[in-house]
Design a protein. Structure first.
Length: 98
């Protein structure tokens, strides 16, 4: 095979634990920016990131070598630590799954 072309898009949605409404506009902007940077670091492209106070949406183009579960794990771990420590929401966590 001389060349290959792949486009894999996923629409990811996950919520805060117990649907706690902690992602106000200021926090959400920072979390959304971090989600974008985490995607880029893994060779993926976040085309749209948004949500409301208790959940996020992300439309992501996956790199062919990146598993969905691995990307989501990186997104949730990186942002949960960021929200808990940098945005001062003690005990913050995401719901299980996506």
């Amino acid at each position: 095979m001389t060349t290959s072309y792949t486009r894999l898009y996923v629409h990811l949605i996950w919520g805060t634990f117990d649907r706690a409404p902690v992602l106000d506009a200021r926090r959400a902007r920072r979390v959304h920016g971090l989600l974008d940077r985490i995607c880029l670091a893994r060779g993926c492209q976040a085309y749209a990131v948004g949500g409301i106070e208790d959940h996020v949406h992300a439309l992501v183009a996956l790199h062919p070598s990146v598993a969905v579960a691995d990307l989501v794990r990186a997104l949730k771990v990186g942002t949960s630590q960021f929200v808990a420590h940098r945005l001062n929401v003690p005990g913050f966590s995401w719901q299980e799954g996506y």
